[in-house]
Design a protein around this ligand. Structure first.
Ligand code: BGC
Length: 464
């Protein structure tokens, strides 16, 4: 196996001799500038979660990372990455390389012929940009990403910025996939990125790559821990947790009695900054109740990837360990609340345990009307997507954004203060659930679809 090379920036056909390999490696070693490679196949078997297309790499270490990730990385790190890597390829290259056809040395080695896909953008720092990359993190953890955020961003960005196109990708919970998707967007010439990070820390690499290409990144909903982030648009996420905790503080008396005051906390994913903020907000209200022994916390876990089935397993375990003696379930979102309720149903405890949620999904509202879930938190996604669209338009038009952010900033763990738009979340329970219809998050027909007419808190005549 060997790579197929050319000094031209296009798919190539000639096979390199070992001598030419060394020449190329030496060239890169002397002047390791930006260069390109092309991935012609995508697949987990390659260890490269990169979609087909041209990729630009501006540092040997990144080059090395992409090529040898999971396979020969450790070996290559011991000596010079390029020479060592190149030296290995002819002899024992793994499947990683099988589907990667290297196309080119560009800047450093003086290649010319620009016949490949565009890798640079005409917009600098977003000015004049009309090609917007929108990268969302998952679909399975919450219905919001596909039902609300995606369509709203696809609609509102071109509405606020005439002629804008949206390049949409979803990482399905994989931070590496998201990075590859962002790189593919940059390669295609997307010149502003809107990123809801799959991993708040790892996504800093996306911001770094974008910055190198003169592309501003707006962190959408989830903060990215990078000082180079241009903007952050979200909700007040500590407030989200406070609302959940306050609901428990206001209603626990309906559920607890002497010796029966046990609380479980099923938090979101630790790689999502929001999950930590929700937990922080909830604890600010719950800790005094725990300290006073009004509530006894018997279980407290973060849930990797916000995985809904894992939340069910967590709840089943907590029920078993506590012989079903649980009265309050702090659950970080509606998706996980749904599976926690399934665990309660199996023990005929649904409706007898206070269960929180978040996101005001259709399933969450229905569970509230059935009496199985106690509350949810409405986040009016139209405000979040709308603020993002306005920022995109302002960046592109080169107009002042201070009237959008109003001086608000958010601190990153890297010590930066990122200009921010932070919307206000709202508590929803059986008494005000109709607000989600007023705020256009869903229609009455959505709520009523497959909802039993006998649902405990369904107002008479509401579903016709
Ligand atoms: C969002 C929540 C969502 C969760 C899981 C968080 O970052 O803010 O709305 O429920 O991710 O997708």
């Amino acid at each position: 196996m060997s790579f197929i090379f050319s000094t031209e920036r296009r798919r190539v056909t000639d096979r390199l001799s070992a001598a030419k390999w060394r020449a190329l490696a030496a060239c890169l070693e002397k002047k390791p500038g930006c260069f390109l490679y092309e991935v012609v196949r995508y697949g987990p078997e390659t260890g490269l979660y990169l979609h087909p297309g041209y990729y630009r790499v501006c540092s040997p270490s990144l080059w090395q990372y992409f090529l040898v990730r999971k396979h020969v990385k450790a070996k290559c790190e011991r000596t010079h990455p390029l020479m060592k890597l190149f030296g290995q390829t002819g002899r024992k290259l793994t499947l990683t390389a099988l589907f990667v056809f290297l196309a080119v040395l560009m800047v450093a080695c003086g290649s010319a012929n620009n016949t490949g896909s565009p890798t640079t953008t005409t917009a600098t720092n977003g000015k004049g940009c009309k090609k917007i990359g929108v990268l969302l993190p998952e679909t399975a953890t919450s219905a919001r990403w596909d039902n609300n955020d995606r369509p709203l961003l696809q609609q509102l960005i071109p509405q606020d910025l005439s002629g804008a196109t949206v390049d949409y990708s979803n990482a399905q919970g994989d931070a590496d996939t998201q990075q590859s998707q962002a790189e593919a967007d940059l390669t295609k010439g997307d010149c502003i990125l809107v990123v809801a990070a799959s991993d708040s820390v790892k996504a800093a690499a996306i911001v770094a790559k974008a910055k190198a290409a003169g592309v501003p990144v707006i962190a959408y909903d989830r903060l990215i821990q990078s000082s180079d982030l241009a903007y952050y648009v979200s909700f007040d996420n500590v407030k989200v947790g406070q609302i959940q905790g306050q609901y428990i503080a206001d209603h626990y008396k309906d559920y607890v009695s002497a010796g029966h005051n046990n609380l479980v906390m099923i938090n979101g994913s630790q790689t999502d900054n929001n999950a930590k903020l929700f937990n922080q907000g909830a604890n600010s209200v719950l800790q005094p109740l725990i300290d006073a022994k009004t509530l006894t916390k018997v279980y407290d876990q973060f849930t990797p990837n916000w995985d809904n089935p894992t939340a069910q397993t967590e709840m089943e375990g907590a029920l078993t360990t506590n012989s079903n003696n649980i009265q309050i379930a702090y659950v970080a979102n509606d998706g996980m609340a749904g599976t926690v309720i399934a665990a309660l149903k199996a023990q005929k405890l649904n409706g007898k345990v206070l269960v929180t949620g978040q996101d005001s999904t259709v399933a969450g509202i229905q569970a509230i009307l059935e009496g199985d879930q106690s509350m949810t938190v409405e986040k009016n996604y139209a405000l979040e997507a709308g603020g993002t669209a306005k920022l995109v338009a302002a960046i592109s038009n080169g107009t002042d954004t201070s009237s959008l952010t109003n001086g608000a900033t958010t601190a990153t763990s890297t010590g930066a203060a990122i200009p921010s738009i932070l919307e206000t979340p709202v508590a929803i329970d059986k008494s005000n659930f109709q607000q989600v219809v007023t705020d256009n998050l869903m229609k009455v027909a959505d709520i009523c679809k497959n909802l039993p007419t006998t649902a405990k808190y369904l107002p008479s005549g509401y579903c016709g």
